[in-house]
Ligand binder design. Structure first.
Ligand code: N01
Length: 553
């Protein structure tokens, strides 16, 4: 953007593109593939050095998916889903990254992706009906459409702890892990944070480190993953029945993932029967546990029974009762923060080289040259791992300077929390789509599933515009207001808002407290999206850019 006055993009590039896609994770890859089929000229910008998005960056030891491999995959290509082979029940990060790379190769996607390129600014030029897009490499392009495939958990968050620049050891963030890996052998290591990332990496780091301190502010509920090598019969069952199973995921699930459902309410079951059900699911492993009864996220009485069960398992696993108590979550309903799944997390605290530090009793004061100082102790550390999470759902979008009509910034439009219509568009930002944006099921669904639905909807929408001969689409403010109200109202019927979770932005100081994903379930959500399309894109306004009267998209 050399020479451009501040706040504007100098657009001297040649012919506009049809579409710019930001991000080459699973959303960007599938979007690109579909846009090519439409014959639209497309360029993808990707910050990382390769495809994969979150799976490109999250290389910490123990990183793996909490959706079963047979379901955490694209459904759009029958050949792809038949030919790709997963090796484990829950795929580890390297395997998922290899899958993303395979998709990129198989569909020859890399030739339209600019890697190591961060989009810094995205401005709408109203008179031309074009988006001008600037990158950190000094390039500017203009495009009729801009599609954000920036991911929900891609903007890492390191807390503002004093002394970050003073610490003389090594510091890592789980969400931006060195590609060459880290050898902690014999080191004194501190892990800060006990969310999904911390819970996955702590057992692995404990096996290597000489001494591991786990700095915990809030304990989390975690269910054993019971990961295992892929069972060939199970794989065959999936592959033989993929069309039907994918249909079930689409039409008969809350999350786009097939789990064993229950038609019973937790607090109505007999205590012994309830215990058996929890035990059975606990032994089976994975987040299926949260489907033991159908009201666990709706009724606190039922939720308490599941939480009590998990706390009892923690006490049964962790030998030191004081440590077990510290590890037992009590301040939020189970599932209201993203449930974790783990391998030997609680048992790790039985190791002689692992110490749990309760930051509620003595908070971190600062980092010092030799380690970390809490209110009552100085810890000498060689390395610190920040497993402190993300500025979720809005962070990756708001870090760009996005300006819509009349120079309105997205940051301003979202200053009281994200406002979208269906999580797909924001009023005042024509032709700018968000894949799995706030206000859509997104993180409450299996991400690849949610991505496919959004990409397919956007492609249908572009085709409808082509047929109508229009080239601008925009969310209407009224429709957006109604949708935002609905998203809030549905969330308020559940136990989700009771937790200080990243779902409500509580992990980022000053972030407005708004429940960001749509919790109403993928089936009603899809129905709503389909109805909107069937009713002529109700709630969206389609028009023709003044400067491009005859121009179709
Ligand atoms: O981040 P988190 P994450 N001082 O925000 C603590 C997905 N994911 O990277 O709860 C001390 O959940 C913070 O404490 P508190 C998944 O959706 C999936 O672990 O705020 N501690 C918390 O313990 C997940 O939910 C997979 O009190 C501080 C932790 O850091 C999401 O990504 C694997 C602190 C952050 O937990 C994010 O998970 C990994 C401070 N100043 C991630 N600031 C799988 O698929 C923060 N913390 C399995």
């Amino acid at each position: 953007m050399a020479g451009a006055p501040e706040g504007t993009i100098d657009n001297r590039s040649s012919a506009p593109l049809d579409v710019v896609v930001v991000g080459a994770g699973f959303a960007g890859l599938y979007m690109l593939e579909r846009l090519r089929q439409l014959g639209l000229s497309t360029r993808v910008f990707e910050k990382g050095g390769d495809v994969g998005g979150v799976w490109y960056w999250n290389r910490y030891p123990g990183a793996r998916c909490d959706v079963e491999s047979m379901q955490y995959s694209f459904s759009f290509s029958e050949d792809l889903q038949q030919q790709w082979r997963w090796n484990e029940r829950f795929a580890p990060q390297p395997e998922i990254l290899a899958y993303a790379q395979h998709v990129a190769d198989r569909f020859d996607l890399r030739r339209d992706i600019a890697f190591n390129t961060t989009v810094t600014a995205v401005h709408f030029d109203e008179s031309a009906g074009l988006w001008n897009i600037a990158t950190d490499r000094g390039e500017t392009v203009s495009s009729r459409f801009c599609i954000m495939a920036t991911g929900c958990l891609s903007e890492t968050r390191t807390p503002d702890i004093a002394g970050l620049d003073v610490f003389e050891g090594k510091a890592y963030h789980t969400g931006n892990w060195p590609h060459e890996g880290v050898d902690f052998t014999g080191q004194r290591v501190g892990v800060i944070g006990t969310g999904s990332s911390g819970i996955q990496c702590i057992p692995m780091v404990a096996q290597q480190a000489g001494k591991l301190f786990v700095f915990q502010r809030t304990p989390n509920f975690s269910i054993p993953a019971r990961n295992a090598p892929m069972d060939e019969t199970y794989e065959r069952q999936w592959k033989d029945n993929y069309p039907e199973l994918r249909r079930q995921a689409r039409e008969d699930s809350t999350s786009g993932t097939i789990y064993e459902k229950s038609s019973r309410k937790g607090h109505e079951a007999e205590p012994l029967e309830r215990q058996r059900e929890y035990e059975r699911r606990w032994q089976r492993g994975g987040v299926n546990f949260m489907h033991s009864f159908n009201d666990l996220m709706l009724d606190k009485r039922s939720n308490d029974t599941a939480a009590d069960f998990v706390r009892a398992r923690i006490r049964a696993t962790v030998r030191d009762p004081v440590v077990a108590e510290m590890l037992s979550p009590k301040d939020h309903p189970i599932g209201s923060k993203r449930i974790c799944i783990d391998t030997d997390y609680h048992a790790t605290f039985n190791r002689d080289n692992v110490t749990l530090v309760d930051l509620r009793k003595a908070p971190i004061e600062r980092l010092i040259a030799t380690g970390l100082q809490t209110a009552d102790t100085e810890y000498e550390l060689d390395s610190i791992v920040f497993a402190t999470g993300y500025d979720a759902m809005t962070g990756a979008l708001l870090r760009m300077d996005i300006q819509g009509r009349d120079g309105e910034t997205l940051a301003h439009a979202w200053e009281s929390g994200p406002r979208t219509y269906l999580g797909l568009m924001t009023a005042g930002f024509p032709n700018l789509f968000t894949i799995t944006g706030p206000g859509s099921p997104s993180v409450l669904a299996s991400m690849i599933f949610a991505i496919e639905q959004h990409v397919d909807w956007i492609v249908d929408c572009l085709q409808a515009m082509q047929q109508r001969g229009t080239n601008l689409i925009e969310a209407e403010t009224d429709a957006q207001d109604r949708w935002v109200a609905h998203v809030n109202e549905v969330a308020d019927r559940t136990l989700f808002p009771l937790a200080n979770s990243w779902y409500v932005g509580a992990n980022i100081p000053g972030k407005p407290r708004v429940f960001m994903p749509y919790v109403g379930g993928v089936v009603p959500y899809r129905q709503k999206c389909d109805e909107v399309a069937a009713n002529g894109y109700e709630g969206f306004r389609m028009s023709t850019a003044p400067s491009q009267p005859g121009r179709r998209i």
